[in-house]
Design a binder for this molecule. Structure first.
Ligand code: SF4
Length: 197
């Protein structure tokens, strides 16, 4: 008897929520407010995302020292809204700053998959772009883009902190342009190469 009563109450609560949701949805559609909320919400999330990029605090090899310099007081990348975080679940930028060995391929893909969408990948330095000094080596991949789609390439061995900060600025422009499109649906959007313009 008690179970039936509880089920009855649960059923009614759910029905009420669904009904209110449907009515609200119809009213918003009929008055075009839903479109307005969608446009304003989209603009707001785009602004919030490009003003608060969270790169993963991951150092692979010597380019990581330039990443550290970019985050230090002289260059202070936080002024430009790049705040390094240590958990992939709190990050939206994977900054690859060294060679990817075949042994490291699975872990870096796992880190990428643990990051929430929309997310972005920056290949910093020749090793991350093509293997660098280890090009065609027996155990180093020819660039992180053999595993993960890359949005920004920053050439150099190593690139300077200013180039990394420029990479974040170019990524910000890209976020303005394409918004929150998930990483696996950006195949028609060409990656940006820093220093090419
Ligand atoms: S690109 Fe050059 S500086 Fe960067 S990780 Fe490779 S060898 Fe080191």
């Amino acid at each position: 008897m008690t179970d039936e009563g509880e089920n009855f109450t649960t059923f009614n609560s759910r029905t009420l929520v669904e009904m209110v949701g449907d009515v609200t949805d119809e009213a918003l559609k009929a008055t075009k407010i839903k479109d307005l909320v969608g446009v304003l919400g989209g603009r707001f999330f785009n602004w919030a995302q490009r003003k608060s990029m969270f790169p993963l605090h991951l150092g692979i090899k010597c380019c990581a020292l330039e990443m550290a310099a970019a985050g230090g007081p002289r260059f202070d990348a936080e002024r430009f809204s790049a705040i390094f975080r240590s958990s992939p679940r709190q990050c939206d930028v994977l900054l690859v700053n060294g060679p990817i060995s075949k042994k490291f391929a699975d872990p870096i893909v796992r880190l990428w998959e643990q990051m929430p969408e929309p997310k972005w990948c920056i290949a910093m330095g020749e090793c991350a772009i093509s293997g660098g000094p280890y090009f065609q080596s027996y155990n180093i991949l020819e660039g992180v883009d053999t595993l993960i789609p890359v949005d920004i390439y920053i050439p150099g061995c190593p690139p300077r902190p200013e180039a990394l900060i420029d990479g974040f600025a170019k990524l910000r422009e890209k976020i303005i342009r394409i918004g929150g499109v998930p990483s696996n649906q950006r195949e028609h959007d060409a990656p940006i190469i820093i220093g090419e313009d």
